[in-house]
Design a protein around this ligand. Structure first.
Ligand code: ADP
Ligand code: MG
Length: 459
């Protein structure tokens, strides 16, 4: 493991135990500049960060490094030093503290997603620790098939809501391919980074370099492809990259929060190419899978929670895996801090505090959603779920399906079933259509705001 990889792995651990805002504020632009005989030097961009890490995060950093380094880390020191190759962000003068007020935290988060976080594969994301359930088994199987035999489904397009394992799967494919053949040229980028690199390369007269890099890969992974919206020049470049790779049977894998057709402002010729290969979706895991995920994460973190507690947490947190994992981390941290053993009571109490702080979004049920939309449009629910295709019914019906996807992360088959036993293709169509309508229809946007308000004030 290089020092870079070591630090990335440690960051991966730290990221889990900190709030996102804290993590991005204090750990971006840090790197390991020396590692000798168990002594690590972590370089940080300014004295303020140095003091903060020493005071607040030293124990966590040491522990994370010890967890990931096989050959032992005994001491950690901090030093103010800028990353040699990374230009300092404009607007963040050296030495000026970036205090974790909400505003800077949000900004830091955005910058990080474009910059430091995404250039290497995170060793935590493997097939081994990806838990398979009904709502991701197709995506998992396709990912594994592609890793084992690249080019079989080309491109592979994985889509679904936030925190459901898309990035995990993409990175697992990259890792697996490298494991099978260390010479495989793999590049993982976020869409944002692809865009930025492309723009910089053009600006600096290095477009050829960009092309040479991207068109000579064995595997190109682009995460969060929905951000390609409206970026015409970058799309043009992506189109040619795609063709070059595809023609030489090199694998392309993309992820997005929605299917290609539902991404607005993407050239038709790109959409049609994305549909050449295989489209697979991931949706929110069912209860059983959530328990299995919690069990696996507990094992990773060497923490023991009773079956009873695991089931309780899994039923309380339904929306996505990232939140599930976040809740688990909070439970661990809370009990460590208080130095008490987790009990069903203490966990229940903690979760209710978290939920109260976060609003009641988590408790929303499909039934709330159906009732709210029906009453908003003043239509009887049985009519909305029925067969009649008049527009006055079919449109609100599509809105229900859209909201089930957006707010509840439900799978298309589940949505179809819930809405009068319809086929999953009807649900996909409804979702895609409303996504499109939203762009053009001001009134619809307004309606959705009001519906959401009712949803969350009622729940
Ligand atoms: P996305 O990219 O879809 O927003 P991520 O891949 O970042 O979601 O997943 C969020 C977190 O949840 C990650 O820590 C990931 O490891 C974890 N996760 C998601 N799905 C699974 C799964 N099926 N098994 C284990 N961990 C998962
Ligand atoms: Mg992701």
């Amino acid at each position: 493991m290089t020092t870079h990889e070591l630090w990335q792995a440690a960051l991966g651990e730290l990221e889990l135990s900190l709030s996102k805002a804290n993590y991005t504020t204090w750990f971006r632009n840090t790197f390991v500049s020396a590692f000798e005989e168990g002594r690590i030097v972590v370089s940080v961009p300014n004295t303020f960060t140095k003091a903060w890490l020493e005071k607040k995060y030293h124990a966590a950093i040491l522990k994370a490094l010890q967890n990931v380094a096989k050959d032992g880390v005994r001491e950690v020191h901090y030093k103010v030093e800028l990353k040699p190759s990374v230009p300092q962000d404009i607007g963040t003068p050296i030495g000026s503290p970036s205090v974790a007020t909400p505003a800077t935290a949000v900004q830091a988060e955005e910058e990080v997603s474009e910059g430091t976080k995404d250039f290497s594969l995170n060793p935590r994301y493997t097939f081994e620790n990806f838990i398979v359930g009904k709502t991701n088994e197709l995506a998992h199987a396709a990912a594994l098939a592609v890793a084992e035999k690249p080019g079989r489904y080309n491109p592979l397009f994985v889509y679904g809501g936030v925190g459901l394992g898309k990035t995990h799967l993409l990175q697992a494919i990259g890792q697996k391919m490298i494991e099978m053949n260390p010479r495989t040229k793999v590049l993982y980028v976020t869409c944002e980074r692809f865009t930025n690199e492309f723009i910089h390369s053009v600006r600096n007269g290095r477009a050829k370099e960009f092309k040479d890099t991207y068109r000579n890969l064995d595997l190109l992974l682009i995460d969060d492809f929905q951000f390609m919206t409206g970026k015409e020049q970058t799309q043009e470049e992506f189109f040619h990259t795609f063709n070059a790779l595809h023609q030489s049977n090199k694998q392309i894998i993309l992820s997005s929060d929605r299917p290609p057709k539902a991404i607005q402002g993407i050239e038709q010729r790109i959409v049609s190419r994305l549909e050449w290969g295989m489209l697979v979706d991931v949706s929110a895991p069912d209860l059983e899978t959530r328990v299995a995920i919690l069990e696996s994460k507990c094992k990773e973190k060497h923490c023991e929670l009773s079956r009873e507690i695991l089931s309780y947490v899994a039923s309380a947190v339904q929306s996505n895996v990232r939140e599930l994992e976040g809740t688990l981390n909070k439970i661990i941290a809370y009990h460590q801090f208080k130095n008490i053993k987790p009990s069903l009571e203490s966990v229940r109490e903690l979760i209710s505090t978290i939920n109260n702080a976060a609003g009641s979004k988590k408790n929303l049920t499909p039934k709330d959603l159906l009732d709210t939309v029906a009453s908003y449009y003043d239509l009887p629910l049985p009519d909305l779920l029925g067969k009649c295709r008049e527009k006055r019914l079919s449109f609100p019906r599509q809105i229900i399906m859209y909201l089930m996807r957006e707010e509840l992360n439900s799978s298309y088959p589940a949505i179809g079933k819930m809405i009068g036993g319809r086929d999953h293709t009807t649900a996909i169509h409804a979702y895609t259509k409303i996504c499109g309508d939203i762009q053009e229809d001001e009134k619809l946007r307004h309606d959705l705001v009001l519906i959401r308000q009712r949803l969350y004030s009622a729940a």
